[in-house]
Design a protein. Structure first.
Length: 420
């Protein structure tokens, strides 16, 4: 009993020593966390921030034409179906001043006589002035107006003669001619209906949760990157922490550890415990910030931090074992990168599974970190099941314990006896 207690005390002492030493090197910790945070932050900003809101092109419309088509053009550009275009009517002087201040993407001037020109298919020019400080949104506006011009051209090819006949007949109030022109327009629409008008069917999908089950939490597009970036940070930490065995060998600390009563086993197990505790602290901080940003329940942040740190500890044990078989510290670094970056790309730790091709997702789910990211995503935003969480934790603990035992044996044996 006393020997087991002494062994436990020596292991905890080694863990405390490594814990304090790691916190005295904040630059390494900042580097491990900095790369995923910078990558994730850039992606989130590119997607419109944490809410994932879509940018809109503000188009100022100067409408000099009071005809029907001028009003319809303004209504079409300002409707919800206009997508990324948001139009508003302004006076010409005000519009040009706003555009000069960079408060709009484009200024559209609709000249007088626009309606008559379109009805009669006469040449007419719309003036479009774009904001030179913007590139993408003004281009969308320009392409949309070009598409509108093409639509008017083909509408005239199909309905132009009948439409002009209706207008001429309405001026002379000839009801018979109006009826004939209307029938002609109807037949023209029937000819192109199969190409121009898709079926007016709207399908709405509603997911009904099983009785007693919790519906998945709502999330923004940017929230998909939280599990991926957290797992990436922990994998970078695991790769950096695993290098410590070679640093101790080169510094001579390994020889002193071997001559101590506790031996190399307690030292390596202590390293693994200290690494797990460090990952748990980082994961808890990241998950807490994510819970505040995306309005998640506190229990989700706590369970996600516990699971992600446990998965990170397994990778730490795996990478430590692999580096112990390397021929040199440089070879150990190369070996770690050869393992790290493929699993980052395939396992959903660099790009979320939801944004990867389906065939690549099927491969990534078979990687160790792919399974870890899926359960982490479920804990944060899904409806986690107690059985899947217990099975994952049991598998991680079993595999981690086996890897630590193998690494400790190698650390105290052939690795310690080999040349530095």
């Amino acid at each position: 009993m006393s020997s087991a207690r002494e062994l436990l005390q020596a292991t905890l002492a080694a863990a405390r020593r490594d814990w304090r030493r790691r916190w005295r090197d904040p630059l390494a910790l900042a580097l491990w966390l900095g790369i995923p945070l910078v990558i994730g932050g850039l992606i989130v900003l590119a997607m419109g921030g944490r809410t994932g809101s879509q940018p809109k092109a503000r188009v100022l419309v100067v409408l000099h034409d009071d005809g029907l088509l001028g009003k319809l053009l303004l209504q079409a550009l300002s409707s919800e179906r206009a997508g990324v275009i948001a139009a508003e009517r302004v006076e010409e002087a005000e519009g040009r001043e706003l555009l000069e201040r960079g408060e709009a993407s484009a200024l559209l001037v609709v000249p007088q006589g626009f309606t008559n020109a379109v009805w009669s298919e006469w040449p007419i020019t719309l003036e479009l002035v774009t904001n030179p400080s913007q590139r993408i949104l003004p281009g969308i506006v320009s392409e949309s107006l070009a598409l509108l011009s093409e639509t008017v051209f083909y509408a005239h090819r199909v309905l132009g003669a009948d439409l002009r006949a209706v207008l001429d007949a309405s001026v002379g109030r000839d009801e018979l001619e109006i009826a004939r022109a209307a029938v002609g327009m109807s037949r023209g629409l029937e000819r192109v209906a199969g190409y121009a008008f898709p079926p007016a069917i709207e399908v709405r999908t509603q997911v009904r949760a099983a009785e007693g089950a919790e519906l998945p939490a709502k999330r923004s597009p940017a929230a998909y990157f939280l599990p991926a970036m957290l797992m990436m940070a922990l994998l970078f930490m695991a790769e950096g922490l695993a290098d410590d065995v070679w640093r101790e060998k080169h510094s001579g600390a390994l020889r002193r550890i071997l001559s101590s009563p506790s031996g190399a086993w307690t030292s390596l197990v202590g390293k693994q415990l200290a690494g797990w505790a460090l990952m748990a602290a980082v994961a808890l901080a990241v998950c807490s910030i994510g819970a505040l940003m995306f309005e998640l329940a506190p229990w989700r942040a706590l369970l996600a931090a516990l699971w992600s740190s446990l998965a990170g500890a397994v990778f730490l044990a795996l990478l430590t074992l692999l580096k112990l078989f390397a021929s040199s510290q440089r070879a150990a670094g190369v070996l770690g990168n050869l393992v790290l970056f493929p699993v980052l790309m395939l396992g959903g730790s660099f790009v979320p599974f939801e944004m990867m091709p389906r065939w690549l997702v099927e491969i990534g789910r078979f990687t160790p970190n792919g399974a870890a990211v899926e359960l982490l995503d479920e804990l944060l935003f899904g409806a986690p099941q107690a059985s899947s969480l217990a099975l994952g934790a049991a598998a991680a603990l079993s595999i981690g314990a086996l890897l630590v035992a193998l690494a400790a044996r190698r650390f105290a044996g052939a690795f310690a006896r080999s040349e530095a």
